[in-house]
Ligand binder design. Structure first.
Ligand code: VAH
Length: 310
């Protein structure tokens, strides 16, 4: 059985839904430190603080868990407001997960990394899998250190830990939680409600992004891949599309011609400026057949169509 840690989050809520479709509701236990929303609040939900190793062990024993997806994290923007807690949650949460995987000989572990592991002196275009990595956000530092721990537990203890360096994830089913790429989610909600949008990044801030459907597909593809095909045990570069706030607003204007965007950069501009423009994910494409499906206009169309239905 699978345990999702952080099931109420932006990625966790969608991944829980998709994994339950694939493996059956009763085989995917959702957990979070926050109270669940309606569709998660049932006997297959457990309260869990990932920093509480005893609570984690009890849930693994109670539900006979063999795989864990640990998605609990403080993201980049909130991390800069609360650096010590961001480090504590992101690092100790991962190490607790790696420890129980080793002690209980769990089958597989998933842990998300991010393009935030790259820093201001990383090559910005088509950033390679292996390159200079001097992140200057606590979130990025924790993800880079976390990648080192993942590779250590794989090499030293044989823990089958798998990881992806997600770009900014854009979805309509769940609200994002304190990231620097969140503008690209909020913009659709503003467009659909006929409001104008004030963007906290400059109009030409180019960032690697991905539709949530592609991120879910990549995660499940990676976790289903044969162990021998996984050549990278730190974390795989993963890419789909890159765009600027101006480009995503132009994509929206094809449906809402009167939509207006203004730009008012805040502290998140410096975080965005420290990240690459585009990512080279050829290793993921070579090793386990990664291939994205959504480009910007197709993503916009799908999001607006689904938000209209609500
Ligand atoms: C953040 N959404 O903004 C996350 C992600 C690449 C961005 O790691 O912090």
């Amino acid at each position: 059985k699978i345990l999702i840690i952080g099931a109420c989050g932006q990625l966790g809520s969608e991944l829980t839904f998709e994994l339950r479709k694939l493996f059956g509701h009763e085989n995917v236990i959702a957990s979070d430190i926050n109270a669940p929303k309606m569709d998660l609040a049932d006997e297959y939900f457990e309260h869990l603080d990932v920093l509480n190793k005893e609570e984690l062990n009890n849930i693994i024993d109670k539900h006979n868990i063999s795989e864990i997806y640990n998605l609990a994290a403080i993201l980049s923007a909130i991390g800069e407001k609360n650096p010590k807690f961001a480090w504590k949650l992101n690092m100790e949460g991962l190490i607790n997960t790696l420890d129980v995987a080793k002690e209980k000989n769990l089958t597989k572990i998933y842990w998300p990394s991010s393009i935030a592991v790259f820093g201001p002196d990383t090559p910005r275009k088509n950033t390679p899998q292996d390159t200079i990595m001097n992140p200057n956000t606590v979130y990025g530092i924790s993800k880079l250190a976390g990648e080192r721990w993942c590779e250590y537990y794989f090499q030293k203890y044989g823990v089958d830990i798998r990881s992806l360096r997600y770009p900014g994830l854009i979805g309509y089913k769940s609200l994002p939680g304190g990231g620097t790429t969140d503008y690209a989610v909020d913009i659709y909600y503003k467009a659909i409600s006929g409001k104008n949008f004030e963007c906290f990044l400059n109009k030409d801030t180019y960032l690697p992004m991905m539709y949530m459907a592609d991120a879910i597909k990549a995660t499940i593809d990676l976790m289903q891949a044969d162990k021998e095909d996984i050549q990278i045990r730190s974390s795989y570069n993963l890419a789909a599309i890159s765009f600027t706030p101006e480009e995503i607003s132009n994509s929206i204007k094809k449906t809402f011609p009167d939509f207006e965007i203004t730009y008012k950069p805040d502290f998140r501009q410096a975080i965005a400026d420290s990240w690459p423009d585009s990512i080279d994910d050829s290793k993921a494409r070579e090793d386990w057949g990664w291939n994205h499906e959504y480009d910007l206009d197709r993503m916009t169309e799908d999001i607006l169509l689904n938000l209209k239905r609500r």
